[in-house]
Ligand binder design. Sequence first.
Ligand SMILES: [Zn+2]
Ligand SMILES: [Zn+2]
Length: 328
Amino acid sequence: MRVVSLGSGSSGNALLIEAGPRGRTKLLVDAGFSVRIIAERLHKIGVHLTQLQGVLITHEHSDHVLGLPTLMKRYHIPVITNPSTYAVIEEGLATGMWRSDSGKLVSSQKETIPLIDPANDATADISTQDQDGALSAEPAIVDVSSTPTLFLPLEVGASRVIGDITVTSFSISHDAVAPCGYLLSAGGCRVCVVTDSGEVTPAMLDMMRLADLLILESNHDRERLLRGPYPYYLKMRILSSTGHLSNDQAAEAVLRTWRGDSVRWLWLSHLSRTNNTPTLALGHMRMRLKEARANLTQLHISVSPPGMGHTWDSTQLWHTSSLWNMPG
Ligand SMILES: [Zn+2]
Ligand SMILES: [Zn+2]
């Protein structure tokens, strides 16, 4: 399984998840950037938009769906999400407006069709790639807006097999119609994605406990948010049970899902640029773990940046012998 963060935070969120022989199943979790940016970042890791089998959507806020109209209409990539989330997405497609995470209406027309010179960039729309990654000559991608969009329903709480990946959706607590996190399993590895939640519920902990790689929101430092420049109503919304997870809530969740028997990876994600810093988020997590006398060598912690982020590749990790030398 290969997981790559294409960007994380209020300016946009997207993850690539890849599994199966030669990474043949490729899914995005969220598409909160323009397709031009998504295509450019995928290109850096050798992936073309046309190789995606679907886009899982956690919820309908603009920082998670901005690129969706183009992915759906131009590339015909299936959307996988809860039916009520899809209904709101369809409304957004019809009205041309998305709701941002802070509640403002933003235009979905900000997304424009990529205009990259195909001679210089393989991410341009008019080229495509065959199974071996070679550029094919014919312009396979044409705008057929009359083609019905593929929608694969995945009720919150249900599981669905998509190619080589089993996806389980579970409820999180956020001010969207049916917000969810995802547990993605393939080849004995499990990745859990939990961002945009105001609280951590027992059901969320059950999913997080299973993860080898946990991608967890660590949105804000509570004190920094309270002292910071945001208007009062927005501070209260972020702190509410349907807002965002603080550094402290993230640490609490990690401690409550601690497994002493294995190595795990933790990506602190969806950090606020105003109310947090990578140093604060990492420092707080480490401090809480040390206080609880957790063995820090068991957990590889990093922060997902707003731009292109980390790669987690389970096929390489299993060959890293140092990871197996765990103290008994
Ligand atoms: Zn949100
Ligand atoms: Zn968000």
